[in-house]
Structure formats: structure tokens, C-alpha cells
Design a protein. Structure first.
Lengths: 191, 211, 805
């Protein structure tokens, strides 16, 4: 580890050692406690997401009360609702505009898999366009389910690698890759 | 001075208790409680057993057929006559529910002819990947005492396994005339039978019935 | 639910009657239930079936009828409409009666609907829901029987569920003529069952499952495979034989799980043979070839890529090539294969048939009949050749029906009496080599000489239809041709109906995939300009191949080693050629010597069209996706065209358009459209004269190789349930012959001729003509084709008593 690495690569230049390990924990701890969500309420799930922010469940307890309208200031994208094919590129763009490190919660079955809308208009799982860290089931998930998902994500953040999160996990998302063989056969396998 | 009229309310609220449920904040502390749930909440499913331990599911696929989200996959198989899994000819051999599709509409519970599938009140669970969202029969089936399995990633609390296998009969009286028009509950392993709902549904008498 | 392709028409004249206060008309002698159906009033029923005699067993169709003597409850399926009849189907009395009937039917019916195959499409469920009381007053224990008992290899019977409607037993005895199931016992323990040790071994057993109004009869291949609400269906056509039966192919989870008969007025009346019904099992056979394979040096098969396989095929076809088979493909695939072979690769030797069926040229030159024309009341049907039950089983049922009720007269000419011999006006037993002679005798004898039973053949204005099939593969096909010529010369007004064994043989003829003189259309008009000789009979192809004059042999779903009459020649031919390319889905004896195997899609996996033996064009529906890397024939042929050395742009464009019917050579102009669908008009050409010699009688028996419905055909052999139905080899000899040669029943006999000697089991059978040794083709055990020499017109064998065991 050199100071020059940190200067050139920022915090990513840090190596693991007995000094940096507590620092890493500190960083993770602070990230988990101030992961501001990006508003991506697409349908009915958004109502439950709003309820989670309200006084009864009070997301502020988890340091998440600041729903940011600007993706630049957000850390967690809560995809709440069914993602239509038309919304998909928009969603991806917002995700791309978010600063690293960033996480995605897929809230509700429509976002997770299309739910009961198994049709041409709806993306069959938002993990086809962005890497999803936590899926919250339910139609819609209640505030408590969303809180469960959020705390699951927080545990992930706290225990996770500081950096290059996706590479370390071998890629996120639906875990599907497509391998093309000799120009004629397509085989789809799970990673 | 009219604009000050609102302040008394603010002050009053100051001295009322806190409305916030401190769910998931105290990490198991005293304040970490859930909001109370209604009796008929649709949560995670369970597959029930009879008192003698035999499974109720007969693998008829009616639940899969009625499911609007097509989240249930069932395959039946023939019972071994000497060591049956369920009473009768067939049993549910494969039973899977994809919780990333299930909308908890309870139509499967309505459709089930043997009251095998019911919904618990557990709704606090989430998954880190798609695969673990598919519950198999091993996870759905209740244990020998009729209590639902409490899986590590689910947030069960004291007393939440109560009233999970009971089934409210509102629309399917199963041919039993005692239950026509009455909201009643089926027997529940480990907890007995709950009292029928006090409110009786009013059903219009058939034209021609004279009373 | 039975799908139907017939349409009901509301009558405006006829017998006047009142239905629920509406003044309506019915036809003379029409049943009340039918009249109600036509007028859109549904009466619940269980036992009534449009295609069978009414019996009034279930009493469900009871309605209130007033014929002037006051209202009374009567079963509408037993009552013909009479003038001024007043019918109430929705009165209180009718409803009470329906309630009562259903309550009693349900008294003993188990409530295992959730695990019953019929649950979800069950008439009893539907009627109980729509007309039933809704509650049961019975608290007593229901009647119990042993849960499903197999009454045959294909059908299981659950007697608890039976409501004794008599549909299956009526079908078995009245329609199929196999009275193997009956009611036994009396009173509350009445049940349907078979005779002890006599299973319900009927070719038509699957129909009873389809018409059963409850789940009492279930089909072994479908049992617990899917639930009715999962099923999606496509209308299609059965292709196992040339009858063209209309079917509904149903699938669940992308697998074909059931085939149901569709009630088509013009063709199969809703009935199917078990072969047509259960053939889908082969689609999911474990032995199916799912990717292109090549033969390694050590003889084992190894997978290869499609690109390499097509390249290798294309190179091989560029050399001296010939093709056999293709009578089972869709019309479109046949058309494209013909184009690719003839235009792209300049292959001149191809034949869709395998030398074991009637020659295409003969069929082309005859005026055709439809089934309806043949079975119209007051006509005469002559069956020349094999038992229709073994070749076109579903059409046999229609023939049986009209012969049984006496509206059609039947005369048979064959070597072994058919299943209708007892009902026929006359069954003439002939012998190989003498068929034409016997037919001539029957048609030209003076009234004094001939039996009066044969009067229906000549000197009458009754329409005559000849249903003909190759009677024997061990003799020359010329005798049949000559016999047909005789009939045509005596009765020029006679119509002909070929009974081909292979499904789309007529399609192959239309597509030009069979040898013969072909009319070639010009580019823009369907005007016959040139006449060309195309193709070459299989026998010639195999002879040339055996002589080493063919380098590449392409097998389009063909198995010449099992089907070609001369087995030795077929084996020699496959040995002699350099490259054998098989387009097939399974390994069979011929594919076993293939160098390259191209896996092909099967029934239910391809769209297309099918032409039955009448010339009726009907669609084939694709219901499931082909598994693995399997491709359809059309795709294979089309991709071969792209790799062809001299790629012909005309053929390319024809390939692109051939997906649609209406591209040449089969244009809409050739189609005759009627209410029953499209039929292909086949032009009548002068018949080519054939004079077959009658060989001298040697001191022996003449070998007849006939077909059985269940044989070791590639598809049947790979169907789990059907494979076991194939019988073991046994020859049949007339008892008089058995006495003559001193053969004792139970022992094996030695059969020999110049080509082969074999010791085979035998039974005496008086339905076999004297002087004939009847042997089934392609069944388990011995293969009688080893006796056959293709160049000899009749095959003689000597028989002697074998060693006593």
C-alpha cells in the first residue's frame, strides 16, 4: 500500500492490513447507517414505501429518511412496483447515474419477477437490467417486510467488501449468462 | 394571532406517546416489536398435516391451476400403500411456491379441497438471491406438531405460529350445510378450533324458498 | 368435452313442436334431444351419444313432454319428435327430476375429483354443478370397489366412479365390434368389467376413455400426466395412417400428453384407433436422437454439429445419390425435399413409398371416392386387399357401421378374410397370383354362373366404390393393378379409394416425391405443358445400390430393412453404398447403418398439411417445441439448399414461399372447396395396361405377408405403452392345408424355400384361404420377408412338420 495509491485511486487504493481493517469496518458501518434511498416508486408498492417513511415505521431510525430525487446523492435504489419495458431504460439510466457504492432493493413481486403480470409489457424481473441485492416478496410488501429487506441489506453492507463488490461476488443480478457456441446454439445456464 | 392556533396541537402531541414501532431497530431489544396483525392476514404459506402426521396435500394441482401469478408448481405421485404419505390414492410429491411471484391472494387456500395449504401470518422475510425465494415442500410443510417451520431468514416472533393452519371458510362450505353463510374456521393442529366469526353473512334466500 | 367440427342447422320445415313455448320444427324421426340441441336448448345427458344408438340408461335427459295426454316426464334421447309435442325443459317438474337423478347418481360416486383425471372436464361435475341439488342427503358409506384395475394394457377401470351409462360397452359392441366389456352383476353391485382372462384388447379401447362421462375409464399413457385446466390444444390430423382422422393434440408443460378424436362428419366421426391416439409417447422417448450424429470408425455414434452434418450431407448428395422415404412428412416438407433433391442436387432417384404399398401411378389414374361417397346409403363397397381394420382402423369403423345396418353392401377379395367377412354380402378368398382372375370371375360371370350375392357388383345402378390396398408384399403389385383394371373395365363408373399404410402418401404424390409421369406446370400458369418422368421405384434404387451404382443413400424417415419386401436386397443395398444419411428420430435397423443421422421433429412439433387417401387436405398443428437440437424436415431441406453446390435461385425462392400452402405445385386451383373442407382434385389419366402372369402352382403354399396394426414400426416400438402390444410371430394356415401336410397344432413347423428355412410356430385359421401361408409383417420374432425374392411375382414356400418338442 502506498500513499500514492490512495491519492490516485481514492479509498480503493487501500489494502487489507491490521490498520485498515478497523477503518474498513468503520466505513461499512457508516455506509449502512446513512444509505439514502433513490425514489423509484413505480406503482402500488410505492405507497407502502412511503408508509415506511412515515411516523409509524419511521425510516429515519435507519438513517434512510432522506429520499433523494437526484441519483447523485442516493446510495440505495428501492425499485417499488412493476417495471414496464418503457421504464426499463430510464431505470437503468438512474442506476448508472448513482454514485458507487450503490445497492438495489427489488421491492414486491412485480419488480422481482413480473409477478402476476407475465406479459409482454412488463420486465420479468428488474434484475435483468440492474444487479439486485435484496428481494422483498409480497404484493405489496408491507412496511415491515421492506424494513426486513432494508436491514438485510444493511447486514450485507456491514459485512461486505468495501469495494468492487460485484466483482467479488461473481456478478449480481439473475445469475444468468449466455454463452454462444459456434454461431448456432445458444445455451442458457445459471452461474 | 390565528396562526398560533395550531401550536396547541403540536404541544399536545409532544406529551402523547411515540407512535413509531421500533421494529428491527433494537435488534432483538425490548422495543423491537411488530405491529399487531389481523386474523386474516395472508402471509407465508404452510402445508398442513392431519393429527396422525399424514400430509393433507393430495397433489391435485387445483392450487396451481387457480393461481393468478402461476407461482405454484405441484406434481403428485402415487402413495405407497404400506407407508402412505397422505390418506388416499395420491400425495403431493413436489410442491414449490415462488415467493417472487406469489401475490398472497389466498385463492390457493380457497381452492384446496383438503385444507392442506393455508397461509401463516409471517410476512417479514426477504431474499438475497432468486433461488432462495422458491420454497420447496421441505420448507413449507409443518412439523410433526403442526407448527410451521421457522426458517433462519424469516423473522418469527413469539406466538406468531398461532392461527396459521386454521382456514376460514367463507366461500367454500364443503357441502356442510352447517357452514353455509357462516364465516368459520377449520380445526387447527395444536390449537383446536377457533370460534366462528360473530357476524353472519346474510345470503339472500333462493327465489322459490318460502320462509 | 368432445370437440366437434360439424355444425347444426336450425330447421324451418318439418315436424312442428313447441319447446319452452317456442314454435319450432324438427326433422322427421329426429330425437327430441337432437332437436333441442339444434335449437340451442341444452339438455343435460350422460349416456346419449350422437354417434351411437340411444339406450336411455342414465335418465339425466328427462324432460316434461305433453303429447296431448297431459305432461309427463320422459327421457328425451328415447323420444322422437311428434307433431304438436309440447316440451318443457325448464319446468319445476323437470328440475325436480334432474335433481333427483343427480342425487342418486352421486349417491355412490366417490368424491375423489381432485385426483381424478376427468376432474375439470367432467360432465358429471358440470351437470351436478348446473342442474344438481347442491347438497347430498346421503350419510351412508359409499359403494367400494378395488381402485383402478387394468382392463387392458391401455385402459384402467375405476368401478367406483362408474355411473353405468353404457357408453363404453355400447361402443365396444356396437361400434367397434369388440364386445369385450359388459355389465356384470345386478342391482347396486352392477359394474362394468371384462370376462375373466379376456382383456379389453381392442384397437379402439381409447375411444371408451374419451366418451366416458366420468373418470371411470382412464388411459394408461395419460393417467395423472396433466390436469385438464393445464392443457392447451391444437387441432391437427392423425398421420399414422392415411385415414386423415381429425384430432386435437393437447399438451401440458410443452409435452404432448393427450390426443383426442374430433367429431368430423366427413372423416372419423370422433373415433380414433389406439395407434392414432397414443402415438405421441414416442416424442419423449429416451432413445430419441436429439442432435446430429455421425458414425465413428468403431461403429459407435458420436454427436456432431449441425453445420458439419449439413456440409457432409450436402457433399454426399452431390455424388451419385438416391433418396427413399418421405411419405410421412408434411406436404410442405415433401415439396421442399423434392425441390432440393431434384433441382439443387440433380438427384433423379427418389421414392416416397418403399415398394410395399400400391404404386402411385395406379392411384393417380383412377377416379377417386370420398369416404362419404363410399359409405352413402344404397351403395356397394368392394374391398380388395387387406383387412381395413389393420390398415385404416378409424375408417373401418365407418364401413362397419354402414355394413352392419345394411345400408351398404360389402364384397371382399382377399387372401385372409377380413373382420367384416361375416357381415359382408360375400367374402371371396383368393390366392396370391390369382387375385385378378378371381375378381374377373366375380365381375364377368354370367348371372347363372355366379353366386347371387355378387349381383350387387354388376347390372346395377348402385354406386360402386373399390377400397384397395396392397394385399401382400410377398407378391408382385401387378396382380392388384390388373384386378383394378378389370373392375374399371366392367364398371367404368366405379370410384376408387386407396388405403395406404403410410400417412401422407397422397401428399408425396402431389409433391412429386413418388416416381412416375408428372405434369410439370409452367412458371406462371397452372397449365400442363410438359410431361416428365421423375423419381425411380424403391426396388430399382435398391437394386442399383446393391450393384454399387449408388454412392449416397438418403433415408427420409424410411426403414427399408424392415419395410421393403425383399429384406436381403435392402440389406445388400445399405451395405454397398458409401454413405447412408438418415433423417430420422430413432435408431432402427436401417438407421443403424447410417453414417450421418439428422434428427428430425416429430408429430405435434411441426406445422404443415396432410393429404389423406381421399385427397382431403387437412392441417397439422404444432403444439410443442421440438426437443434438443432437433429441426423440422422443412428446415433441414431448406438449409441443405443453401449449401448446395449449384444453388438455384428459383428453387431458393420456392423454398421461401413453400411455408405457405398455395405455392406451386399445389395451387388453390387444384383444390375443390366444399363445406367439408378442401379436397385435392386429382386428374384422371388413362390407366397403363398391366398384364400379370399367373404363375404355375408349385407343390407348396403361397406366402402372404399381411400387416397388423401393432407392429415393430419405429414409432410404435419407441412408445412406452404401445411397444408391448406387438404380437409374436405366428403363421396362419387353413385347417385343410394343415391336414394335407400333416401338421399338428401346437408344434412348430418348418417353412422353407430356396432363400431361407425357418422353424416357426403356427396356428390353423379358417379365415386364411386354402393354399396360403399367412404371415404377419414386422412383428416380434421371425421376419417372413427373408423368403421373398423381389423379382419373382409369387413367393412359394414348402411346409413340413417340425420336430415334436
Amino acid at each position: 500500500m502506498g500513499i500514492s495509491d490512495i491519492q490516485s485511486q481514492g479509498i480503493e487504493g487501500l489494502d487489507h492490513n491490521f490498520l485498515t481493517a478497523p477503518l474498513e469496518k468503520l466505513v461499512n458501518w457508516s455506509r449502512a447507517r446513512s444509505s439514502w434511498p433513490a425514489t423509484f416508486g413505480l406503482a402500488c408498492c410505492a405507497i407502502e414505501m412511503m408508509a415506511t417513511g412515515g411516523s409509524h415505521y419511521d425510516l429515519a431510525r435507519l438513517g434512510m429518511e432522506v429520499f433523494r430525487a437526484s441519483p447523485r446523492q442516493a446510495d440505495v435504489m428501492i425499485v417499488a412496483g412493476r417495471v414496464s419495458q418503457k421504464m426499463a431504460p430510464v431505470l437503468r439510466q438512474i442506476y448508472d447515474q448513482m454514485m458507487e457504492p450503490k445497492w438495489v432493493i427489488s421491492m414486491g413481486v412485480c419488480a422481482s419477477s413480473g409477478g402476476m403480470f407475465n406479459n409482454y409489457a412488463i420486465v420479468q424481473g428488474v434484475d435483468q437490467i440492474v444487479p439486485v441485492d435484496v428481494y422483498a416478496p409480497g404484493c405489496p410488501p408491507g412496511p415491515e417486510t421492506l424494513l426486513h429487506a432494508i436491514t438485510t441489506l444493511h447486514t450485507q453492507i456491514e459485512n461486505g467488501e468495501l469495494l468492487k463488490r460485484r466483482e467479488a461476488n461473481g456478478g449480481a443480478g439473475a445469475g444468468m449468462y449466455i454463452e454462444q457456441l459456434d454461431g448456432q446454439t445458444l445455451s442458457i445456464g445459471a452461474a | 394571532m390565528g396562526y398560533l392556533a395550531g401550536f396547541p396541537i403540536t404541544l399536545k402531541k409532544w406529551f402523547e406517546g411515540v407512535t413509531t414501532k421500533n421494529y428491527r431497530a433494537g435488534k432483538g431489544g425490548k422495543s423491537d416489536v411488530k405491529a399487531p396483525k389481523p386474523d386474516r392476514l395472508h402471509g407465508r404459506h404452510v402445508l398442513n398435516r392431519y393429527e396422525d402426521g399424514l400430509e393433507k396435500c393430495i397433489g391435485c394441482e387445483l392450487c396451481a391451476g387457480v393461481c393468478p401469478a402461476k407461482c405454484i408448481y405441484v406434481r403428485g405421485a402415487d402413495n405407497n400403500p404400506t407407508d402412505p404419505t397422505s390418506p388416499g390414492e395420491r400425495f403431493g410429491f413436489v410442491y414449490e411456491i415462488n415467493y417472487l411471484r406469489c401475490i398472497h391472494c389466498d385463492l390457493c387456500v380457497e381452492a384446496c379441497p383438503t385444507e392442506a395449504i393455508t397461509e401463516s401470518k409471517l410476512f417479514e422475510f426477504s431474499f438475497e438471491d432468486r433461488k432462495s425465494a422458491i420454497y420447496t415442500k421441505n420448507e413449507l410443510l409443518v412439523d410433526e406438531d403442526g407448527k410451521p417451520q421457522q426458517l433462519p431468514w424469516e423473522d418469527w416472533r413469539e406466538g406468531e405460529d398461532k392461527a396459521t393452519s386454521g382456514w376460514m371458510r367463507a366461500t367454500a362450505p364443503s357441502g356442510d350445510s352447517n357452514y353455509v353463510g357462516k364465516v368459520a374456521w377449520s380445526g387447527e393442529l395444536g390449537y383446536g378450533v377457533r370460534q366462528p366469526e360473530s357476524v353472519e353473512l346474510t345470503i339472500k334466500p333462493k327465489s322459490g324458498d318460502s320462509k | 368435452m368432445t370437440a366437434t367440427e360439424s355444425s347444426a342447422v336450425k330447421a324451418t320445415t318439418g315436424v312442428p313442436f313447441t319447446l319452452n313455448g317456442q314454435e319450432l320444427h324438427a326433422e322427421e324421426g329426429e330425437l327430441l334431444i337432437e332437436a333441442c340441441d339444434k335449437n340451442g336448448v341444452h339438455i343435460p345427458r350422460f349416456c346419449y351419444h350422437k354417434r351411437m344408438e340411444s339406450v336411455g340408461m342414465c335418465r339425466m335427459c328427462i324432460v316434461e313432454v305433453d303429447t296431448g295426454r297431459g305432461p309427463a316426464l320422459q327421457p328425451s334421447c328415447m323420444l322422437t319428435v311428434t307433431p304438436e309435442m309440447k316440451v318443457e325443459t325448464e319446468s319445476e317438474a323437470t328440475k325436480d327430476a334432474q335433481d333427483g337423478v343427480l342425487e342418486l347418481l352421486l349417491a355412490n360416486h366417490p368424491l375423489d375429483c381432485p385426483v381424478c383425471d376427468k376432474g375439470g372436464e367432467c360432465p358429471l361435475q358440470d351437470n351436478a354443478f348446473a342442474y344438481g341439488p347442491g347438497e347430498s342427503r346421503f350419510v351412508e358409506e359409499k359403494r367400494h370397489f378395488e381402485k383402478p384395475i387394468p382392463i387392458s394394457d391401455l385402459v384402467k377401470l375405476d368401478r367406483e366412479r362408474c355411473i353405468l351409462c353404457d357408453r363404453c360397452t355400447r361402443f365396444a359392441s356396437d361400434v367397434a365390434g369388440d364386445s369385450l366389456i359388459h355389465f356384470i352383476d345386478r342391482g347396486s353391485s352392477t359394474q362394468v368389467n371384462t370376462f375373466p382372462d379376456h382383456p379389453f384388447a381392442s384397437y379402439y379401447s381409447g375411444n371408451t376413455v374419451q366418451i366416458c362421462p366420468v373418470g371411470a375409464l382412464t388411459a394408461a399413457p395419460y393417467r395423472f400426466k396433466a390436469r385438464p385446466w393445464d392443457l392447451t390444444g391444437s387441432p391437427s390430423t392423425a398421420t399414422v395412417d392415411s385415414s386423415g382422422s381429425r384430432v386435437l393434440v393437447q399438451s401440458s408443460q410443452d409435452k404432448v400428453v393427450r390426443i383426442q378424436g374430433v367429431d368430423s362428419d366427413a372423416v372419423n366421426w370422433g373415433w380414433l384407433s389406439d395407434k392414432e391416439r397414443f402415438i405421441y409417447e414416442a416424442n419423449v422417448s429416451e432413445d430419441r436422437i436429439l442432435q446430429p450424429m455421425r458414425r465413428a470408425v468403431d461403429g459407435s455414434l458420436e454427436p456432431m454439429r449441425w453445420n458439419d452434418a449439413l456440409k457432409q450431407t450436402s457433399e454426399a448428395l452431390g455424388k451419385k445419390a438416391a433418396a427413399i422415404g418421405g411419405a410421412r412428412l408434411t406436404l410442405e416438407a415433401q415439396h421442399v425435399w423434392q425441390k432440393v433433391l431434384a433441382d439443387e442436387f440433380s438427384v433423379v432417384s427418389y421414392d416416397a413409398s418403399l415398394g410395399d404399398d400400391v404404386s402411385a401411378d395406379v392411384v393417380d389414374s383412377l377416379p377417386k371416392a370420398t369416404y362419404d361417397w363410399a359409405f352413402n346409403a344404397g351403395s356397394v363397397v368392394v374391398v380388395v386387399g387387406q383387412d381395413l381394420k389393420e390398415i385404416l382402423p378409424s375408417i373401418y369403423l365407418r364401413l362397419r357401421g354402414v355394413v352392419k345396418d345394411g345400408s351398404v353392401e360389402l364384397v371382399e377379395f382377399n387372401y385372409k378374410s377380413g373382420s367384416l367377412a361375416k357381415l359382408a354380402r360375400k367374402s371371396v378368398q383368393s390366392r396370391p397370383g390369382e387375385l385378378a382372375k378371381d375378381v374377373k370371375q366375380a365381375f364377368t360371370a354370367t348371372p347363372g354362373e355366379r353366386s347371387s350375392d355378387l349381383n350387387c357388383l354388376v347390372d346395377t345402378d348402385k354406386p360402386l366404390t373399390v377400397i384397395f390396398s396392397r394385399p401382400n408384399v410377398a407378391e408382385s403389385a401387378d396382380y392388384l393393378t390388373e384386378a383394378l383394371q378389370v373392375i374399371q373395365s366392367v364398371r367404368p363408373d366405379a370410384h376408387f379409394l386407396p388405403a395406404f399404410r403410410r400417412g401422407n402418401t397422397v401428399g408425396a404424390q402431389l409433391a412429386g416425391l413418388t416416381p412416375g409421369v408428372r405434369e410439370v406446370a409452367t412458371e406462371d400458369e397452372i397449365i400442363v405443358e410438359q410431361v416428365a418422368v421423375v423419381g425411380r421405384p424403391t426396388a430399382e434404387i435398391l437394386q442399383e445400390a446393391a450393384n454399387g451404382e449408388v454412392e449416397t443413400l438418403l433415408l427420409l424417415g424410411a426403414d427399408p430393412i424392415s419395410d421393403f419386401p425383399d429384406k436381403a436386397l435392402a440389406e445388400a443395398a445399405l451395405d454397398a453404398v458409401n454413405t447412408v444419411i438418415a433423417v430420422d428420430c430413432f435408431e432402427n435397423p436401417s438407421v443403424a447403418s447410417a453414417n450421418v443421422i439428422l434428427p428430425v421433429a416429430m408429430y405435434g412439433e411441426v406445422n404443415g398439411h396432410f393429404v389423406n387417401s381421399e385427397g382431403r387436405l387437412s392441417p397439422l398443428g404444432a403444439r410443442v417445441t421440438a426437443p434438443g437440437l432437433v429441426r423440422s424436415d422443412l428446415e433441414i431441406a431448406a438449409s441443405l439448399a443453401k449449401t448446395a453446390p449449384q444453388s438455384n435461385s428459383d428453387a431458393q425462392s420456392s423454398l421461401e414461399t413453400s411455408h405457405m400452402l398455395g405455392s406451386e405445385p399445389i395451387a388453390w386451383d387444384l383444390l375443390e372447396l366444399s363445406s367439408e373442407g378442401a379436397r385435392i382434385k386429382t386428374p384422371t389419366k388413362p390407366i397403363q395396361r398391366v398384364k400379370a402372369d399367373v404363375p404355375t402352382v408349385a407343390d407348396g403354399l403361397r406366402l402372404v405377408i399381411g400387416n397388423k396394426l401393432w407392429d415393430q414400426g419405429t414409432i410404435v416400438e419407441n412408445s412406452r405403452t404401445l411397444a408391448g402390444l406387438c404380437e409374436t410371430f405366428k403363421v396362419r394356415i387353413n385347417p385343410a392345408d394343415a391336414d394335407r401336410f400333416g401338421l399338428t397344432a401346437g408344434a412348430e413347423i418348418v417353412v422353407k424355400n430356396a432363400k431361407a428355412t425357418a422353424s416357426v410356430p403356427f396356428i390353423t385359421d379358417s379365415s386364411v384361404a386354402e393354399g396360403v401361408l399367412w404371415a404377419p409383417a414386422n412383428v416380434r420374432g421371425f421376419d417372413p420377408r427373408s423368403f421373398v425374392t423381389f423379382s419373382e411375382s409369387v413367393c412359394y414356400v414348402e411346409v413340413s412338420a417340425g420336430e415334436q418338442k
